[in-house]
Design a protein around this ligand. Structure first.
Ligand code: URA
Length: 212
């Protein structure tokens, strides 16, 4: 894993292999959805690497062992609607005790201000470390604004996980929230004139939900 100023690019071979399948335009919705979940699960393994542990004693059939459990820190996953939902299954399989919030934003066409059209966050978010999920970090505007809104609820910390990131999005998010650790499975070349990541994988929401 490459790390530079809170930005982690995953270079694990399993992740890279699955990203190739995700990029392939011949991959259908069923397989695409499964792959998004699998990549999210592998990324979550890395994104939770810094959870603290507490030593406990456990009786094995043979003897007493000193062993470790996660030390009281609670997690919440918050997918950004709609494509972020595709990542939830994978991460929740790894951390079944986590709570799941949801946030949806659109931009007011006249003021360009982000408007929350849906937000339901865990009621005990102040006790939780939050991982925000969105498979595509394009301009970074939505992730930046979603994290600004989530921070108003005072979570313990915020991390961001995306599968493909454009350099523009990484910069926008890092400039606005330098404290937020960003986990990306791949950093692509640029955005095109329509705001799609190049080479990217197309519209992640449409490919997850089969809406195109
Ligand atoms: N959202 C997507 O789904 N794909 C992109 O390439 C950019 C934003």
């Amino acid at each position: 894993m490459q790390n530079n100023e809170n930005i982690f690019i995953m270079d694990h071979p399993l992740i890279q292999h699955k990203i190739t399948l995700l990029r392939d335009k011949r991959t259908g919705s069923k397989e695409f959805r499964e792959l998004i979940g699998e990549v999210a699960m592998l990324m979550c393994y890395e994104a939770t690497r810094d959870l603290t542990l507490r030593e406990v004693e456990v009786e094995t059939p043979i003897a007493t062992a000193k062993s470790y459990v996660i030390h009281g820190r609670k997690l919440a996953f918050i997918p950004i609607l709609r494509a972020g939902i595709g990542m939830v299954d994978g991460v929740i399989r790894l951390v079944p005790a986590a709570k799941v919030g949801h946030i949806g934003l659109y931009r007011d066409p006249s003021t360009l201000e982000p408007i929350e059209y849906y937000s339901k966050l865990p009621c005990d978010i102040e006790e939780r470390e939050v991982i925000v999920l969105d498979p595509m970090l394009a301009t970074g505007g939505t992730a930046r604004d979603a994290i600004t809104i989530i921070k108003k609820s005072n979570p313990v910390s915020v991390k961001f996980m995306c599968i493909i990131a454009a350099p523009e999005g990484i910069k926008t998010l890092h400039d606005a929230h330098p404290d937020v650790k960003m986990y990306c499975a791949a950093k692509d070349r640029c955005l095109n004139e329509n705001g799609y990541i190049v080479p990217g994988l197309g519209d992640a929401g449409d490919r997850i939900f089969g809406t195109k």
